[in-house]
Design a binder for this molecule. Structure first.
Ligand SMILES: Cc1cc2nc3c(=O)[nH]c(=O)nc-3n(C[C@H](O)[C@H](O)[C@H](O)COP(=O)(O)OP(=O)(O)OC[C@H]3O[C@@H](n4cnc5c(N)ncnc54)[C@H](O)[C@@H]3O)c2cc1C
Length: 463
C-alpha cells in the first residue's frame, strides 16, 4: 500500500555535521518517507513495538543519538523536499528535507526571504524546533516566531496541523519543543521583501582580543541598528599557536551607516570577504564555515551582559576560561580546533519577537544577554579523543556557569534568568530545567503524548 523507501544503511549515514553520528552508530535500517501519510504509517508501526528510533532532517545536531541511532530505525526526512511559495499569503510551505539554502533560494526568486539560519547547509526542522537564531532576529525575532503553521504526525500516528488559531498551544510548544511533540512534516513560513544585503566575514589576529571583547559587549548593549547581526567567533588550534577571530557581519541593506559596526571595522582584518550581495548568496557563502568531515562536540551557556564598568573583568574571565580549558584539548588531540561564538541577545530580539506574535522560548526583556556557543572538533575519531573533547566541554560549560554565578553574587552581573539555547546545547545540559515555560510545555505534552512516546522512544532532551 505504501511505496515506502527502505534502505539497509544508505547515504543518510554519511551526511552528519559530526561524522561520529554516522561512523560510530549504525541504525538497523533507514526509512526514507516521501509523504506525511508514510510518516504516519511509520509512527503507527513503531507504536506496535518497543524499538528506540531517531528522526533526522539536516543532520546538524552533533549530539549523538539525537538525529542518529545505534541499533534501531532511523527516519530520514531528506526526501520530503516540498517548497511551495504562495503569492496570495506570501508564505512558503517547506518540507523537512530542506536546508536553509534551498528555502532562501526559492524565496529569493520572488524578491523575498525568510527569517532563516545563518549558514545555508543547516537543516530547517532542527533549527526551527529549537527557536532559531537568524541574522534577521533583531529585526524580526526568533525564527520559529514566523512559522504560520506546522503539519505534524502526533505520537499516535494522527496527522494534524497547528497554527495560532488551530491547536494554538501545540503551535506555541513547537516553537522550541525539539522532537518531543511529534514529527513535523511541513513548516509554513512568513516571507518578507528582501533586497541586497551587506555581509561576509573578517578574520582578525588573536592580539585583538581585548578590543573585540569590548566591541561585542558594547554592540549588545547599544544595539545600534535592528538591521544588524553578527557572530563573533574565536578559534584556537595547533597547541594554541594559531589564534584568531572570525567575525560574521550582516546588515539588511546595501551598505550600513559607518557607526553601526564602528568598534569592529576600525580594527584591521587579515582577510575580508564582506561585500554587498543577495541574501541567498550570503547564506550560501557562509557554508564555507560548515566544515564537514570532522568529529564535533558542542555546548552553550547564557551570559547576562555585564555593564560597561564591569565589562572588561567579566568578559576577560569568561574568555580566559575558554582559552585555558581549550588548551587541554589542543595539547592532547593533534589538529583539534576549539572555538567559541559570542552571539548578542539584546532585549530587542525579545521585543521584536513579541511584535510578531511571541515565542515560547522568549528570554525576556529584563536584560541583555550573550549566547555563548563552544565547540571542539578533531579529525581523528578515536574514542580517547571523544572522551577528551567531551570532558573539556563539560568543564567549559560548568566552569563558565560558576564564573557567571560568582559575578552575580558579587553584584558584577545582573541577576537575570539564563535559559539555555537548545540549538547550541550539549546533550547532558539541563535544557528543560532552565526553560521558563517548562510547566506549559509539560501540560501540552500531557495532552498530546500522555504515554511519553517521544520521550521514551527517542533521545533528545526529555520534558
Ligand atoms: C554549522 C552550523 C551552523 C548553525 N547555525 C545556526 C544558526 O544560524 N541559528 C540557529 O538557531 N542554529 C544554528 N545551528 C544549530 C542548528 O540549528 C541545530 O543543530 C539544528 O538541530 C540543526 O537542524 P537539522 O535539521 O540539521 O537537525 P538534525 O540534526 O537532523 O535534528 C536535530 C534534532 O531535531 C529533531 N528533528 C529533526 N527533524 C525533525 C522533524 N521533522 N520533526 C521533529 N523532530 C525533528 C531530531 O530528532 C534531533 O533531535 C547551527 C549548527 C551548525 C552545525
Amino acid at each position: 500500500m505504501y511505496a515506502l523507501s527502505l534502505l539497509l544503511l544508505g547515504d543518510s549515514q554519511t551526511v552528519y555535521w559530526n561524522i561520529g553520528c554516522g561512523t560510530d552508530l549504525k541504525p538497523t535500517c533507514i526509512l526514507y518517507p516521501k509523504t506525511v501519510e508514510e510518516v504516519s504509517h511509520i509512527v503507527k508501526l513503531l507504536n506496535q513495538n518497543n524499538e528506540t528510533f531517531a528522526v533526522k532532517s539536516g543532520g546538524h545536531s552533533p549530539n549523538k543519538r539525537f538525529a542518529s541511532i545505534d541499533g534501531g530505525p532511523l527516519i530520514a526526512l531528506q526526501e520530503m523536499t516540498q517548497l511551495n511559495y504562495d503569492n496570495a499569503t506570501q508564505t512558503i510551505a517547506v518540507g523537512p528535507g530542506n536546508r536553509w539554502q534551498h528555502v532562501v533560494q526559492a524565496t529569493g526568486k520572488y524578491g523575498r526571504s525568510v527569517v532563516s539560519g545563518r549558514l545555508g547547509h543547516v537543516g530547517v526542522p532542527g533549527l526551527l524546533l529549537g527557536g532559531g537564531l537568524s541574522f534577521l532576529s533583531a529585526e524580526r525575532g526568533w525564527a520559529s516566531t514566523h512559522v504560520v503553521e506546522y503539519q505534524l504526525v502526533l505520537p499516535n500516528g494522527t496527522i494534524t496541523t497547528a497554527s495560532r488559531t488551530h491547536n494554538p498551544d501545540l503551535h506555541r510548544a513547537l516553537q522550541s519543543g525539539g522532537g518531543q511533540f511529534g514529527i513535523v512534516t511541513r513548516f509554513t513560513l512568513n516571507t518578507f521583501e528582501q533586497g541586497p544585503v551587506w555581509g561576509g566575514v573578517r578574520f582578525y589576529n588573536g592580539d585583538k582580543t581585548p578590543q573585540l571583547l569590548a566591541a561585542v559587549r558594547d554592540f549588545t548593549e547599544y544595539y545600534p541598528d535592528p538591521r544588524a547581526g553578527l557572530i563573533l567567533t574565536a578559534e584556537t588550534t595547533l597547541y594554541g599557536y594559531a589564534d584568531l577571530w572570525v567575525m560574521f557581519y550582516f546588515w539588511n541593506g546595501a551598505s550600513p551607516p559607518a557607526h553601526v559596526f564602528e568598534n569592529f571595522t576600525k580594527l584591521p582584518p587579515m582577510i575580508d570577504t564582506v561585500k554587498t550581495q543577495s541574501y541567498t548568496d550570503l547564506v550560501y557563502a557562509n557554508n564555507a564555515f560548515v566544515l564537514n568531515g570532522s568529529y564535533y562536540s558542542i555546548a552553550t551557556e547564557t551570559l547576562p551582559l555585564p555593564d560597561a564598568k564591569n565589562g572588561v573583568e567579566v568578559m576577560t574571565a569568561v574568555h580566559n576560561h575558554w582559552k585555558n580549558t581549550s588548551a587541554q584539548v589542543s595539547d592532547k588531540i593533534f589538529g583539534s580546533v576549539a572555538s567559541v561564538a559570542y552571539q548578542p541577545m539584546p532585549k530587542l530580539i525579545s521585543q521584536q519577537t513579541k511584535k510578531y506574535g511571541g515565542n515560547v522560548m522568549d528570554m525576556g526583556e529584563d536584560g541583555h544577554r550573550i549566547i555563548l556557543e563552544y565547540d571542539y572538533s578533531y579529525i581523528n575519531g578515536f574514542a580517547e579523543n571523544e572522551r577528551i573533547g567531551d570532558k573539556a566541554n563539560r568543564e567549559l560549560y560548568s566552569g563558565v556557569r560558576s564564573i557567571i554565578q560568582k559575578f552575580m553574587n558579587d553584584g558584577k552581573l545582573p541577576n537575570i534568568s539564563t535559559p539555555l539555547f537548545m540549538n547550541d546545547a550539549y546533550h547532558a545540559q539541563d535544557f528543560w530545567g532552565r526553560f521558563k515555560e517548562r510547566d506549559f510545555m509539560k501540560s501540552v505534552k500531557a495532552k498530546i503524548d500522555p504515554g511519553d512516546f517521544f520521550g521514551k522512544r527517542t533521545h533528545g532532551w526529555k520534558l
